[in-house]
Design a binder for this molecule. Structure first.
Ligand code: NCD
Ligand code: ZN
Ligand code: ZN
Length: 347
């Protein structure tokens, strides 16, 4: 028997669209299901100023296929030279919805990120005053810290001190991967949110490393042990307003993933909604999928929920999607959950 689930149209509160041919290849994969997305600014060179964000927004909209509706929610890449007045103006104009903090060297295209937090104090204070959220890639870059501990250590060494030093600063802990991240998100008030990706609800570190190395499961923060995956599932399906979807769908061409020094990122834009329905059904929480994917993120960003709807259907036939997309720009391998999924998005 066919089961149907109708949601407010979802938002992806953490998305990498890239630029040029890759942008053209991946944008329809998101716009097919999502009404809006928080667009990550880690281009080369990064999107630092309001003018750069406006130009990037125009390039995104110029790539949008006829008949598709999609609103890119723009962000600025925080550098030690970021001008508080430019940030405030980009926010006041309605263009920019968040500022992104990458610790320098933490992840893909983060070389222009922050090393000395004293240098961004004035920007953070301005953001606290105007209510503009700071989205944080929460990993320390200290080579002495084990990669599996970098999120937990970041919370203690950086995130908590920054939040204490900047009262009122609204923060989104991006792509949390640990129980420590879940617990810290819960320790905050309504000024603290956390995004959770699709893939971190599905894979643990064994998927990457056991039985041969699987580069398409490698992303940052790297997936952790099973107990952490279970903590993320509990948080995502809790219905709590602080937890919301940010897929972190991050396309890299296959030749750079299947490489001696492979890039970090999983590409989930194509199949996220069927995968989430599968996960939420396993957790007996289908009734909370709308909160996670469509309501909580919008509320955090003080946006109205989308007017449109997305209908998911469960049938006896497994869902199908392409193994790869963007043949010219990539190809880019679509995340493979490793199990059949019977939920489909109804067009
Ligand atoms: C992202 C990318 O490829 O831009 N990669 C990733 O593994 N998540 C960067 C990021 O979000 O950290
Ligand atoms: Zn990141
Ligand atoms: Zn990301």
């Amino acid at each position: 028997m066919t089961q149907t689930l109708t949601l407010r149209r979802p938002d992806d509160m953490h998305l990498h669209l890239r630029d040029g041919a890759m942008l053209a290849a991946v944008l329809p994969e998101t716009a097919r299901h999502f009404a809006r997305a928080i667009i990550m600014p880690n281009l080369v060179p990064p999107v630092v100023t309001g003018a750069e964000a406006a130009a990037y927004r125009d390039r995104i909209l110029a790539c949008l296929p006829e008949g598709m509706a999609f609103e890119p929610l723009m962000t600025l890449y925080l550098t030690e030279a970021t001008d508080p007045a430019d940030v405030a103006a980009a926010h006041a104009s309605g263009l920019v919805k968040a500022v992104k903090l990458y610790p320098a060297g933490a992840t893909t295209n983060s070389a222009s990120g922050v090393r000395d937090f004293d240098k961004v104090r004035a920007v953070l204070e301005t953001m606290a005053e105007i209510g503009l959220p700071l989205c944080v890639h929460g990993e320390v870059t200290d080579p002495a810290i084990d990669i599996f501990d970098r999120e937990a250590v970041f919370i203690d060494r950086v995130l908590d001190p920054v939040r204490r030093a900047t009262p009122g600063l609204r923060v989104v802990m991006e792509h949390i991967t640990t129980r420590d991240g879940v617990d810290y998100a819960r320790s905050g008030g309504d000024d603290l949110g956390a995004t959770i990706t699709t893939h971190h609800l599905i894979i643990n570190r064994n998927h990457i490393l056991a039985g041969g190395i699987k580069p398409h499961y490698y992303c940052l923060p790297v997936a952790k042990r099973e107990s952490h995956r279970l903590a993320l599932r509990e948080a995502a399906t809790s219905g709590e307003a602080r937890f919301f979807l940010g897929t972190d769908s991050a396309p890299h061409p296959d030749h750079l993933k299947e490489h001696a020094c492979g890039c970090a990122g999983c590409f989930t834009a194509t199949n996220t909604m069927p995968l989430l329905a599968h996960v939420f059904e396993e957790e007996r929480a289908l009734d909370r999928l709308e909160a996670f994917a469509s309501l909580n993120g919008a509320a955090f960003y003080r946006l109205p929920p989308n007017a449109g709807r997305l209908v998911l259907e469960k049938t006896a036939d497994p869902a199908e999607w392409p193994d790869k997309i963007g043949r010219e720009a990539g190809p880019v391998t679509v995340f493979n959950p490793g199990f059949p999924v019977y939920w489909h998005v109804k067009d």
